[in-house]
Design a protein around this ligand. Structure first.
Ligand code: DLL
Length: 434
């Protein structure tokens, strides 16, 4: 049985979809023009007014929006409705100290629940399922996104959140979780924990997993599917656009259907910013056309993928994006948490004992990401007592953790031992084999 949550939009003929997108785009551009000074000024400078945007073909006239624009307007500067209309705030990593803040109106929360209901339905979940949400709850959008979608389809939602693996397994066993929602690396970690715990696979009712928030490969999919004996479905999203629910696979597992009645995708060349033809690999850009709280015009995701407009075997006509495995910037995703090397640099620059010469070594040990920070210490400090170096290590660890939410192993190295580069500094060694 092919399950589709919203047949009307998910199987809409392409011509009709373009028409709808055009109407919604027009309406959205008018809203931001009159409500967001940042966009009004930007459009005015380009000699554009709402009257210039009539159809989807006019999209290419519009300017791009970047994460830096969000940072420059921190925290609420790009919101298009008064704060009294905002019912929820979430945040994700910014490129330096300040996070990227996103706001939702009540209607936005409704749209989010709708696209998450589509996501879960496409993965084969329904009202008889127990959805075990092991994505983090909090400012991260994973936990609450899956939560609202799960409730919307009438499933029994188990809001376990991340961590405490032993308890996760106990609940999975006792409550009979059927749908697992977490990052793919945590799914593998859980699989091994199940093996070690002595719990028999036949005692668990798991059937399917909805995994995302970080890149993962077909190899990793096979490993998860074999180890957990479930179907592993890829789900994609980003906080700026709505959170999870932007795109998701169906049971055919051949590309992620983009909810394009809400988010129009384009693929651009990240260097020339030219729009690329269908099927070419490039950077994914989204324009939100229904969002009220934080509508974004041509937002550059930095994720690399390609689009396929062919109708899927499942019956959906929604455009599909290929599994995303790369980015056009240096953002890392470690245990599902986004990290820009520049965030580490800001922490080190604020401390007098360290120099901003550092190297991040990322690895995956027993399916868990590890992060080591090698950092050069000021000359005067290096000759000091071991206990002082120990205290410094802890201080860096603490500062990095409070700035990024990630635990890190710190290794202090002597001045001038980290390789200098004549061009772009090499800040990261990523040893993970996905
Ligand atoms: O990761 C939202 C999410 C939560 C998606 C739960 C799926 C499941 P952010 O923290 O803002 O939002 O991070 C967004 O994560 O630009 C991609 O680089 C990466 N990403 C998200 N999903 C996938 C995926 C959430 N399925 C950034 N495959 C995005 C590859 C992904 N990368």
């Amino acid at each position: 049985m092919t399950l589709i949550w919203n047949k009307h939009f998910e199987t809409m003929p392409r011509e009709e979809m373009r028409q709808l997108q055009g109407e919604r785009l027009r309406d959205m551009v008018e809203r931001v023009y009159f409500n967001v000074p940042f966009y009004r000024e930007k459009l005015q400078k380009m000699g554009l007014g709402p009257e210039h945007i009539q159809t989807v073909d006019d999209l290419k006239k519009l300017p791009f929006t970047t994460k830096n624009d969000l940072r420059d307007n921190y925290p609420f500067g790009l919101f298009a409705v008064p704060m009294s209309e905002i019912v929820r705030l979430h945040a994700s990593s910014g490129t330096t100290g300040k996070p990227t803040v996103v706001g939702y109106s009540r209607k936005d929360i409704g749209v989010w629940s709708e696209v998450m209901a589509r996501t879960l339905t496409a993965a084969g979940a329904g009202k008889d399922d127990f959805v075990h949400v092991a994505y983090g709850y909090g400012l991260f959008t994973g936990g609450l996104g899956l939560h609202y979608g799960g409730e919307k389809i009438g499933a029994s939602v188990i809001p376990v959140s991340g961590g405490n693996t032993k308890r996760q397994l106990q609940l999975m066993l006792d409550f009979g979780s059927t749908v697992l929602a977490c990052t793919p690396s945590y799914a593998l970690y859980l699989a091994e924990a199940i093996e070690e715990s002595g719990i028999k696979r036949s005692d668990l009712k798991l059937r399917v997993g909805v995994f995302g928030a970080e890149p993962w490969t077909e190899n990793m999919r096979r490993e998860i599917e074999n180890k957990l004996q479930i179907k592993a479905i890829d789900i994609f999203g980003l906080s700026e656009i709505i959170g999870p629910g932007v795109a998701s696979e169906c049971l055919q597992q051949c590309g992620l259907h983009i909810n394009e009645d809400h988010f129009i995708p384009e693929i651009i060349d990240p260097d020339t910013l030219e729009v690329l033809p269908e099927g070419e690999l490039g950077e994914l850009v989204f324009t939100t056309i229904t969002k009220e709280g934080l509508p974004l015009i041509r937002y550059r995701t930095r994720d690399l993928t390609r689009l396929n407009y062919e109708k899927c075997k499942c019956g959906r006509t929604l455009v599909r994006m290929e599994k995303c495995t790369g980015r056009s910037d240096d953002m890392l995703i470690i245990r599902g948490v986004n990290l820009f090397p520049s965030q580490i640099e800001s922490v080190l620059l604020e401390m007098s004992e360290t120099r901003p010469h550092y190297l991040l070594v990322v690895d995956r040990v027993d399916n868990l990401d590890t992060l080591e920070l090698q950092v050069e210490v000021e000359d005067s400090f290096f000759s000091d007592k071991i206990s002082q170096l120990q205290a410094l290590r802890q201080k860096i660890q603490h500062n990095v953790e409070s700035a990024t939410g990630l635990s890190v192993t710190v290794k202090l190295v002597e001045p001038k031992t980290i390789e200098r580069s004549e061009g772009k500094a090499k800040r990261v060694i990523d040893k993970r084999v996905l």
